[in-house]
Design a protein around this ligand. Structure first.
Ligand SMILES: [Cu+2]
Length: 375
């Protein structure tokens, strides 16, 4: 008897190992199927509300989303089916006095409905990890074509080029504005008088100096020679090349913001003092797959004009990007709009318009500044 039971247990274990192994083998060879076709309507339907995506990371996230929704719908229809089937065919009929047949403790059935959800969760988990690894992957420095520094502040953006690695024939080894960086370092240090006036000799205090530096210290921010800054009349346009690996380094000058380009299908919080906040403050995209203007937004409620904190990502060919950088190097006083015009691009944002920020004139009129980007 005992031997027989042992044998059966061994068989069952072997069967479990084989099925888990097969599942693993099956999954490891798997990439997400793309349901995209030539038909635009079908593609949009299959996106289930998500944007198309313009980076391999974004497209992977969108395809994962499609798979997840389809899986949920299959499970959903199965469950609804069972519910309605029970309601329709197992109603109490006239004259029924007895309980129907009870099927509790049906071991095979219970095993099936424990195992099936486990398999569904395993498959979803596998693809979650796969997609997440792709989205968070950081390639080594020498594979990065352009390094962009992003500074968020209430309520606009500053973009700077920290490094360009042979894009359109242009290379910038070190784009840091060392003078501005040094000035920020110096401005953050307490003077002897300030130290004395505060009376606690540079010790940490609420609203006071931190480690001997002023609370307003901005030396953790990035400063570059080529920078694009937005104003309340002009939406900042961040120019980047297509088909190039791009790294974005993020830092906030005040509160927490979030850097969001919907077409990346990815966003990342922008923190002040990212180092001290234990925040990975950067991400990369393998490449931007097509040229165009794509809207960007702040996705973290950051105060009164949060909703107006927009920007534009302008993806141009690597050749045009090289020309753009050269123009900005040669004409340090020229505006971003002039540089865009010089490479035959729209000088102002086309995907979003600036808002009027004055409270009195937003009350009963359209609060978009009409022609700021139209001229
Ligand atoms: Cu913000």
């Amino acid at each position: 008897m005992v031997e027989q039971r042992d044998g059966r247990r061994r068989t069952r274990r072997a069967a479990l190992a084989v099925s888990l192994g097969t599942l693993g083998l099956f999954l490891s060879g798997c990439t997400l199927p793309s349901l995209h076709t030539e038909n635009k309507w079908w593609n949009q339907t299959m996106n289930f509300g998500f944007p198309e995506g313009i980076t391999p990371e974004g497209i992977a996230i969108r395809e994962f989303w499609t798979l997840t929704v389809i899986t949920s719908l299959i499970v959903g229809f199965f469950v609804w089916g069972l519910i309605f089937w029970s309601m329709a065919f197992h109603r109490k009929k006239k004259g029924d006095e007895e309980f129907p047949r009870q099927t509790g403790y049906n071991v095979p059935l219970e095993l099936v409905y424990t195992a099936v959800p486990f398999v569904i969760i395993s498959v979803l988990f596998y693809f979650t990890v796969l997609t997440q690894n792709k989205a968070l992957h950081l390639a080594p420095e020498d594979q990065v074509g352009v390094k962009v520094d992003v500074t968020a502040y209430q309520w606009n953006w500053k973009f700077g080029y920290n490094r360009v690695n042979d894009v359109g024939g242009v290379t910038i080894e070190d784009g840091t504005n060392h003078e501005a960086q040094r000035a920020a370092e110096e401005a953050g240090v307490l003077s002897d008088e300030q130290r004395e006036a505060l009376g606690h000799d540079g010790e940490p205090a609420a609203g006071g100096p931190i480690h001997g530096r002023l609370a307003e210290d901005k030396s953790f921010l990035y400063y570059n020679n080529i920078e694009t800054v937005g104003t309340s009349e002009e939406v900042p346009v961040l120019v980047v090349p297509t088909d190039t690996r791009i790294e974005f380094r993020l830092a906030s000058a005040d509160v927490v913001h979030s850097f969001w380009i919907p077409e990346f299908i990815y966003k990342l919080d922008v923190m002040p003092h990212p180092g001290s906040n234990q925040q990975l403050s950067m991400f990369q995209v393998e490449r931007i797959e097509r040229e165009g203007a794509f809207v960007g937004r702040c996705a973290e409620m950051c105060g009164t004009y949060h909703a107006m904190m927009n920007f534009e990502l302008r993806a141009v060919s690597p050749e045009d990007f090289g020309r753009y950088i050269e123009f900005r190097q040669d004409n340090p006083t020229a505006t971003n709009a002039e540089a865009l015009e010089a490479i035959g691009q729209d000088p102002y944002a086309t995907s979003t318009a600036p808002f009027k920020t004055g409270r009195s004139d937003t009350r009963d009129t359209n609060n978009i500044i009409e022609n700021a980007s139209a001229n």
